[in-house]
Design a protein around this ligand. Structure first.
Ligand SMILES: Cc1ncc(COP(=O)(O)O)c(C=O)c1O
Length: 399
């Protein structure tokens, strides 16, 4: 039963002297006598959240209409951690949340290489004086850390485990699902399940953490949540899986993708030919999720049609693939002098004052305090979307 959808479907036609101002969206309504209230639910939304919690295996789950970004902020707040292990491939929302809440970051994961390294249990064992661990699982490249070993390491050390599953909403019911291991976790329902953009869920393993999460959701969620997004989240979590698409995606991955553990992310190495491959595909109106200068990532979901995958398969066969180039590692620099905005090429060798990177995958290329490399500058120059930049310039210490 889809509680929110049914309520919207049966909503009476009425004269609107309430928000939103467009007055004409049958489903785009606000909190009315029949539509419940996300911030203190006791009707259809409560029933939807309870069903979602049961499906995801949580003590409490909260629907979010503000993306996984809001979920990350809620998790960080509810965890009350002070010193958190954060891998290099964390999304920028994690860094923003830590800054906002005064959480000290212990950065994990070796830098350099073709892709950011996946966190290991050994790294967690070795990290000093931390009281929590945050992982991205799966990451934007479909890789999943050894969650069982990491959970065991957290248990040995009494650490809270937070998982940013912005890309793992489709994994519930499977062995690699974040909710099987985490104390607090986010499901980015809109990315890999058929929900509207910004639909997400944040969940807690225990009632006590659920209460803390409830307080956090009250702080970070909008007070004007979108009913179409809420309904789509409930729908997406309950939606059926499409085995045919999944099987084809796995075959495609074996044929031309990197080895990962997530069929929804087809990551194809093109090396120096990545831009050319992207142009070729877009000319034929096929758009990938992102091009990081080395890999094209194709985001697949149960809602892709089989014929779309077959078309992608045919097109990829025509394209030359090349091994991805490794990136040089960053070293830490001195924070000397004023902060200035410079074009990336002129900033090479200076210390980064504000993390920047490609958008997506929204993982910092260089983080605050690291020396900007010529590789960073070259990637920014080619990128279509960036973050942490202002009119193409980046913030560095004058030195
Ligand atoms: C790993 C990760 N976490 C969090 C987010 C934020 O998700 P949203 O865009 O739904 O706020 C993203 C977005 O790309 C992400 O890749």
């Amino acid at each position: 039963m889809l509680h929110i959808y049914e309520m919207l479907r049966r909503a009476p036609r009425h004269v609107s002297f309430h928000t939103p101002g467009h007055k004409r969206g049958k489903w785009d309504i606000t909190e009315l006598s029949f539509s419940d209230n996300l911030s203190a639910p006791n009707g259809v939304i409560l029933r939807a959240e309870r069903d979602i919690a049961q499906i995801l295996g949580s003590a409490r789950s909260f629907i979010l209409t503000d993306g996984s970004t809001c979920g990350v902020l809620c998790m960080l707040y509810a965890s009350k951690v002070r010193r958190l292990f954060v891998p290099r491939d964390a999304h920028r929302s994690v860094f923003h949340g830590c800054k906002l809440m005064g959480i000290e970051i212990v950065r994990g994961g070796e830098d350099g290489g073709e892709l950011p390294r996946v966190t290991s249990a050994e790294e967690i064992e070795a990290a000093e004086a931390i009281d929590g661990v945050l992982l991205t699982s799966p990451d934007y490249y479909g890789r999943i850390p050894d969650l069982k070993a990491i959970r065991a390491a957290c248990d040995r050390r009494g650490l809270l485990l937070l998982i940013d599953g912005a890309h793992g909403g489709h994994l519930h019911g499977e062995a690699n699902y974040a909710g099987n291991y985490a104390d607090l976790w986010v499901d980015g329902v809109h990315k890999s399940l058929p929900a509207l953009t910004q639909g997400a869920v944040v969940s807690a393993r225990t009632q006590a953490l659920g209460e803390a999460l409830s307080e956090a959701a009250d702080i970070f969620r909008t007070s004007s949540p979108s009913y179409p997004i809420m309904a789509s989240v409930e729908y997406a979590v309950k939606a059926k899986k499409n085995e045919k698409v999944r099987k084809y995606a796995i075959c495609l991955q074996k044929k031309c993708g990197i080895r990962n553990q997530d069929w929804t992310k087809l990551v194809v190495p093109f090396g120096g030919a990545a831009d050319e491959a992207q142009r070729y595909l877009e000319k034929r109106r096929v758009y990938a999720e992102f091009n990081d200068g080395n890999f094209l990532m194709f985001y697949i979901s149960d809602r892709n049609r089989l014929r779309e995958l077959k078309r992608l398969d045919r097109l990829l066969c025509k394209l030359k693939r090349a091994p991805a180039a490794a990136r040089p590692a960053h070293v830490r620099g001195a924070r000397r002098g004023a902060v200035v905005l410079l074009p990336p090429q002129e900033a090479v060798g200076k210390t980064c004052a504000k993390s920047f990177g490609l958008f997506p995958p929204c993982i910092p290329l260089a983080a605050e305090g690291e020396i900007v490399t010529s590789d960073d500058a070259a990637r920014l120059a080619r990128a279509r979307g960036t973050f942490g930049t202002e009119e193409g310039k980046i913030s560095v210490y004058e030195g």
